[in-house]
Design a protein. Sequence first.
Length: 95
Amino acid sequence: MTLVPSLALVILDGWGLAPPGPGNAVSNEELGRALLRAGETQSGLSELERATHLEAANPRLHFELGHAYHDAGLTDKAAAEFARSKALYGAHSED
């Protein structure tokens, strides 16, 4: 029997791997969405903004924030986030 050496490459991108709390984009996103559902618009937007700041290259977070801005009537901010999300998705699809 011949043994063939093998190699495994594991890439941990960091999304959601930090402990829950203010420095975790996933925690901020979940809290932001919960606050928005509870009618706490400004607090919810703040948490989603924090999430996009922590994971600035995450197109899904910019898309989520764009929807939240749209629902809050902040159409200019919504359009900017949707454009950012689209640009980031385009950048990822070229990889």
